[in-house]
Design a protein around this ligand. Structure first.
Ligand code: ACM
Length: 752
């Protein structure tokens, strides 16, 4: 029997138990712990507790004094459990008999107080963070009696922040780290250098922060628009900033105390316009403002980078150092005599191999200093250097390839973890980078792809979300984009896959909105806008409409008679079946007030549903949606072209619908999406022809969509061709011109 259990038997002192209190107690921790056993009763926090710590936890036990509502009376090195021990807080190194593995912890709240056990600091810190959350989640000064046993799924739990596009003050970074720690992140990837500004003092190269950290425009977009120039520090109206080495060290220590390691990123060989503006001798042209990539044929480049790293290594004790490696232009290397001479000397065939050589120089240098190198997945091109850990961002493929080759990998795919993407309908959101990444999609991510061999799974260290700040000019906007999506990531990284469940996460999240409010975090509030899904049921010949919103328990009312829904319209309770074409209008309500816009859904029961379609031009394989069924399945797409309902084309569209028999036709309509950011445009024209034999066609009508000079961030329109008089035909040929030579996205071709 452990000392702790003896103490439990012996010391029923200072028990405060109150059943009405018990009903209000919450153990809705995010990320969800491995095992939680809630018991009746609560520990009253209207008293102060002595803290007893094992020697190795002396320093971190001071974090207990930061747990809200918890009053620490004293700190004392733990020796042994006393008889008639009054209630206290114990933070103890576990013994063999506790059978706790590295990073694991137990947290028991009982009449005797709080008992934390772990074999190491990582586990003890996680326990304190659980305690911190538990306290914040209660409405009263009490902690529920509970037994928690917990451990992380992944060792690497990261969040990134780009401070180059927009400089962020240290005070904010501390707040960011505080929130990260509360949700059990343990890695902060600090993107310190990029074309938009160098942010770290390097004593040997003062121009980096005297000039390359400052620009005449505050906002990245304006800086980009007006020529991407830097100005001397101290110039009137100069915007930007940098961290002194002392400030960076202070942040490192601040984060370390909370269990967070800071990984600095020093970009090379691309994304380096700012360096080359002030040290142009390191570019192929020798001129400032001419290229984004270092000249790798110039030995001075490596001298510079190694000198920079020497200073970086004195600031950051992190085992991992990130050297970037993404999106290097490489085009100047092709015509640069120095780069070409190096290529010949090393007998390299491609510019990718030159990049690989440059990365290898960094890898070897960092290894010689006892560190490990991380690079973005482009470092796979041209051959991966031995010691590299790959950060997979363009998708999961790079990470899968690297892991299967035996390299360590951190998953940060933009498909699920780029928090610079929109988190809701772009028409309702502040400008973001593009893309579409709502909370549920983030939550659905599993870093362990099935394509990773079983014996290579250990190479997936964990996942990280990236926050590139092109459209985040200040801390408030960073918070808005990071939260609550970072809470979903916290659970991806911490909680076993079979224990994860979005509805339960969403339920717990309701409590964490209040917690984020208490912390003053400007998080994205869940929208009231009505979301819908329409599926055609071929057997019943009817459309089934499902309505929802991001609200936890939304009140949605709807009509099908063309009137606007009000607080007396039918309440949506379950999916609605409609066997005739109709217009459904729906909106969210809070008591009697309508919240947000009326969503209008055109529901078509049309003649082409379920019919066969022959594609004369093929869809783009990345956006096949449901293949040949997509455009005649009755399903309408939502605001994301990745939702499996929109079919994407990079060519013109030409297809033929076979109606099985001659039908009388009155119109053909096709619904298209336009989203200029990622290059999705309406067609220049559409045309419909008909035929009885599928060989000779006669034109039935055409339509030229209006081209907007300043298109909205997102637009969805149905383009209709109405026939003057009914047309009889068995085959319908549909054509749409990809005038912009970009993407066409269409979700349905409606035939009446
Ligand atoms: C990246 O987003 N270029 C790593």
């Amino acid at each position: 029997m452990t000392l702790w259990r003896l103490a439990l038997l012996g010391g029923f002192l200072l028990i405060t138990w109150c059943s009405s209190m018990a009903q209000e107690l919450h153990v809705d921790i995010i990320p969800k712990p491995d095992r939680v056993i809630l018991q009746d009763g609560a520990l009253n926090l209207n008293q102060s507790f002595p803290v007893y710590y094992s020697e190795r936890f002396q320093e971190l036990s001071s974090l207990l004094s930061e747990v809200p509502k918890l009053q620490v009376a004293s700190y004392e090195l733990f020796r042994k459990m006393k008889k008639h021990q009054p209630a206290g807080i114990w933070i103890l190194e576990s013994s063999e008999s506790d059978r706790l593995r590295p990073s694991e912890y137990t947290l028991v709240i009982s009449p005797s107080g709080v008992m934390i056990k772990s074999p190491d600091s990582a586990g003890a810190l996680a326990a304190i963070q659980s305690l911190h959350q538990l306290s914040m989640l209660q409405h009263t000064a009490a902690l529920p009696f509970v037994e928690i046993q917990d451990k992380p799924r992944f060792a690497y739990r990261g969040l990134h922040l780009d401070v180059s596009r927009h400089f962020m003050p240290i005070a904010f970074l501390k707040k960011y780290i505080d929130v990260m720690a509360l949700y059990k992140f343990n890695q902060f990837h600090w993107h310190l250098t990029d074309g938009a500004g160098w942010r770290l003092e390097i004593q040997r190269y003062p121009e980096l922060t005297k000039k390359a950290a400052w620009r005449p425009q505050a906002h990245f977009a304006d800086w980009e628009k007006y020529g991407k120039r830097y100005v001397e520090q101290g110039t009137a109206n100069a915007h930007g900033g940098f961290y002194t080495q002392a400030q960076a060290r202070e942040l490192v220590a601040y984060a370390a105390r909370k269990g967070i390691n800071i990984i600095p990123e020093i970009e090379m060989p691309g994304h380096s316009e700012e360096v080359l503006a002030v040290y142009p001798e390191l570019s192929c042209t020798g001129l400032p403002y001419t290229q984004n990539e270092f000249c790798v044929g110039n030995e001075q480049t490596f001298t510079f980078l190694k000198n920079v790293l020497d200073e970086v290594l004195t600031i950051f004790p992190s085992e991992y150092i990130h050297i970037g490696g993404d999106e290097a232009d490489k085009s100047h290397w092709k015509t640069c005599p120095k780069c070409q001479a190096l290529k010949s000397k090393l007998n390299l065939q491609t510019e990718e191999e030159l990049q690989s050589y440059a990365v290898q120089q960094m890898d070897e240098y960092l290894q010689s200093k006892g560190r490990k190198m991380i690079g973005w997945d482009e470092i796979l091109e041209g051959g991966l250097t031995d010691g590299a850990t790959v950060m997979s961002w363009r998708g999961e493929e790079g990470g899968i390839e690297a892991a299967n080759k035996g390299h360590d990998v951190i998953m940060t795919p933009q498909s699920h973890l780029y928090f610079d993407f929109y988190q809701f309908d772009p028409r309702t959101q502040p400008k973001a980078f593009g893309g579409y990444l709502p909370l549920e999609r983030v939550y659905s991510y599993n870093p362990l792809s099935e394509k990773i061999a079983k014996d290579k799974a250990k190479h997936i260290l964990g996942a990280q979300a990236n926050l590139w700040t092109e459209f985040m000019p200040n801390p408030q906007q960073v918070e808005y984009m990071a939260f609550p999506r970072a809470l979903a990531l916290a659970e991806i990284n911490w909680t076993e896959q079979d224990q994860r469940d979005f509805p339960d996460f969403k339920r717990r999240l309701q409590k964490h909105y209040a917690l984020l409010q208490d912390l003053g975090v400007n998080y994205y509030r869940p929208s009231f806008d009505v979301l819908y899904d329409v599926v055609y049921d071929a057997a019943k010949k009817s459309n089934r409409i499902t309505l929802s919103s991001e609200q936890y328990t939304p009140t949605i009312r709807y009509t099908t008679d063309g009137t606007d829904p009000n607080n007396e319209s039918p309440l949506y309770i379950a999916p609605i079946d409609l066997a005739v074409s109709a217009t459904l209008k729906a909106a969210s309500f809070l008591d009697s007030a309508r919240m947000g816009p009326i969503e209008i859904v055109e529901l078509d029961i049309h003649k082409a549903i379920g019919k066969s379609v022959q594609y004369n031009t093929k869809w783009n394989d990345s956006y096949a949606a449901q293949g040949e069924r997509t455009l005649v399945d009755g399903r309408k797409g939502g605001v994301s072209y990745q939702d499996g309902k929109w079919q994407g084309f990079t060519s013109d569209i030409e297809l033929v619908i076979d109606l099985d028999r001659r039908e009388e036709l009155s119109r053909v309509a096709a619904r298209f999406m336009q989203m200029p950011g990622p290059g999705v445009f309406f067609p220049g024209s559409i045309k419909v022809s008909v035929s009885d034999n599928g060989k000779s066609y006669r034109e039935a009508g055409s339509f030229v969509p209006h081209i907007d000079k300043n298109p909205a961030v997102l637009d969805i329109q149905s383009f209709e061709i109405k026939f003057d008089k009914p047309v009889m035909a068995k085959f319908i040929k549909f054509e749409a011109k990809n005038t912009k030579k970009a993407f066409l996205f269409v979700d349905e071709i409606v035939v009446d």
